[in-house]
Write a protein that binds this ligand. Structure first.
Ligand code: NDP
Length: 332
């Protein structure tokens, strides 16, 4: 069957498309332009025979996916604004996330052969911003932020997080209200790192999560790290979870939390320091005394049990990410 991967030119989109290609599927990627879609396959030319693309300039435009879905049996909906440098909460984040998802779901009515749809949600859709520290995070929780609250919010990350929760709610609401012939699943990764192999024109174009790790490795946080996500997962595990979610019956109507471990930025810095001596001078002072004492408690056993995901270690994730960016740097 043909798998439609929306947002194929992005970080997670690229890895997920490759995971589907490597599993033997034909992939139809959506990109904002033909040039971007061609640029993508030029990097992975070994898969050229199993690659197609559809141009979707703006996922928020009504009918955006009506043509793209035709002939597909599986969809992975990954495209969504994945940053928090919006000028306008609605047009830059909320509307593309939510309407992009609705447009895709309504388009499935044009293709009765669609059997499975997997939606890339986020840990952001699960955790309540006001949750008690130490409470164990599981798939049954929901970020309760409403559209109106998100629209009015002045903290940009609250808006991004709400965009993911509201888009995922739209996904489950569609299934409840429209009773489609396909089965849905959602993947909720936390901060995702790994090799940025998507087409990039500069290091400054790295996606939000990977740029945090690179900022740390390249000296931006030498005088102090501004917080940073308390948890991590490797993009290759996230990609494989998408494939397994559309292949396994157990995944029908299920939501999966993907968190490999909790960390403090010092633990990333420690891995960088040990593996890349020439980057040592870039790093902030490392204090591992608080490592392993995170208040962020989670239970990500469901994805391991049901989808057979074995999480990549922090060591390998950080080493592979930094190695890959150092190689990119030589190209630019
Ligand atoms: P990227 O920015 O690399 O990917 C986002 C993709 O969505 C790009 O291909 C982008 O296209 C596309 N896109 C965004 N808005 C539009 C739009 N209005 N019209 C058309 N295409 C659009 O980020 P990630 O790979 O990190 O994120 C991918 C998905 O994973 C998102 O849904 C994100 O919320 C989710 N996620 C990411 C996590 C992370 O830590 N990275 C963690 C949890 C979830 P273009 O580049 O051309 O703008």
């Amino acid at each position: 069957g043909v798998v439609l991967v929306t947002g194929i030119t992005g970080f997670i989109g690229t890895h997920t498309a490759l995971a589907f290609l490597e599993a033997g599927y034909t992939v139809r990627g959506t990109a904002r332009s033909a040039a971007k879609a061609e640029d993508w396959i030029a990097r992975f030319s070994q898969h050229k025979a199993q690659y197609e693309y559809a141009v979707v300039e703006d996922i928020a435009a009504s009918g955006a996916f009506d043509e793209a879905v035709k002939g597909c049996t599986i969809i992975a909906h990954i495209a969504s604004p994945a940053h928090w440098n919006q000028n306008d909460n609605e047009t830059d984040l909320l509307i593309p996330a939510i309407n992009g998802t609705k447009n895709l779901l309504y388009a499935t009515k044009n293709e009765p052969r669609i059997a499975r749809v997997v939606f890339t949600s986020s840990l952001a859709a699960i955790i309540e911003p006001t949750r008690e520290p130490g409470k164990i995070v599981v798939e049954t929780e929901w970020n309760p932020t409403t559209y109106e609250e998100a629209k009015a919010a002045t903290n940009p990350t609250i808006v991004y997080r709400a965009s993911k929760a509201l888009a995922e709610r739209a996904f489950w609401d569609y299934i409840k209200d429209e009773n489609p012939t396909w089965a849905g699943s959602t993947i909720c990764p936390c901060a995702t790192y790994g090799p940025p192999i998507q087409p990039l024109r500069s290091i400054s174009a790295l996606n939000t999560s990977v740029s945090f790790l690179w900022d740390l490795a390249s000296g931006k946080f030498k005088d102090g790290v501004p917080g940073g996500p308390p948890v991590y997962v490797d993009v290759r595990d996230v990609a494989l979870a998408h494939v397994r979610a559309v292949e396994r019956d157990v995944a029908k109507n299920q939501r999966y939390l993907l968190v490999a471990g909790s960390n403090i930025p010092d633990e990333f810095a420690d891995v960088i320091s040990r593996h890349f001596p020439r980057l040592r001078d870039n790093l902030p002072p490392i204090d591992l005394s608080k490592a392993g004492q995170s208040h962020f408690k989670f239970d990500a056993s469901k994805v391991q049990r049901e989808l057979g995901i074995q999480f990549t270690s922090v060591e390998r994730m950080v080493v592979d990410t930094v190695t890959s960016i150092l190689l990119l740097q030589q190209q630019f």
